[in-house]
Ligand binder design. Structure first.
Ligand code: HEC
Length: 158
């Protein structure tokens, strides 16, 4: 229950409430045939959303940036809800950077956005590091090429 409450707090941050698209119109599968996505798949979606968020904001398409931020938040919340091995605190520490990104988008402020986005990206990596996944190194995207927000050379162990 506690876990759910914390994760819901993340989901219900101001950023995601700006985008209350009618998800409820989509039928939920019945509990017996519910497909649980693999964590790596949720994260791969998060990677795409993280990159598109940057690309949208640098193109000053704030509407698209708002959308991608909402998608990213949902992926992170989903990961935390479905995978109890992920420490909730690793997710909730992202609340502040997510809020700052949301504020920067609302203000259409590219400089504030860049700063907030950098700390969000640090948040991705600190969870990876704390979970023995420091080899999954996320960075501020270098451009629109696929995986432009990931570093592939070996990373120094923390
Ligand atoms: C709360 C912890 C946590 C946070 C926050 C987190 N991740 Fe992850 N991520 C993981 C774990 C754990 C894995 C490894 C999953 C596995 O071993 O199957 C992972 C895996 C990944 C992968 C590898 C997917 C693949 O299969 O190639 C990518 C890419 C990734 N994360 C991107 C991100 C991005 C981008 C962010 C930030 C927006 C982020 N992650 C935030 C825990 C986290």
């Amino acid at each position: 229950m506690k876990r759910r409450a914390l994760v819901m707090a993340l989901l219900l941050s101001a950023a995601s409430t700006t985008l209350a698209i009618a998800q409820s119109d989509l039928k939920q599968p019945s509990s017996s045939d519910r497909y649980v996505p693999r964590l790596g798949d949720i994260m791969s979606a998060a990677q795409r959303q993280h990159q598109k968020l940057w690309l949208a904001a640098t193109a000053q398409n704030w509407e698209l940036a708002t959308y991608e931020l909402g998608q990213l938040e949902s992926s992170l919340a989903e990961a935390a809800m479905m995978y109890s091995g992920i420490p909730v605190s690793n997710v909730t520490t992202l609340k502040d950077p997510l809020q700052s990104v949301s504020d920067a988008i609302a203000a259409k402020d590219g400089r504030k956005f860049a700063k907030a986005y950098a700390s969000l990206t640090e948040g991705c990596n600190s969870c990876h590091t704390s979970m023995g996944r420091s080899f999954i190194a996320i960075r501020v995207p270098t451009g629109p090429q696929p995986f432009g927000n990931q570093l592939f050379p070996p990373q120094r162990k923390p």
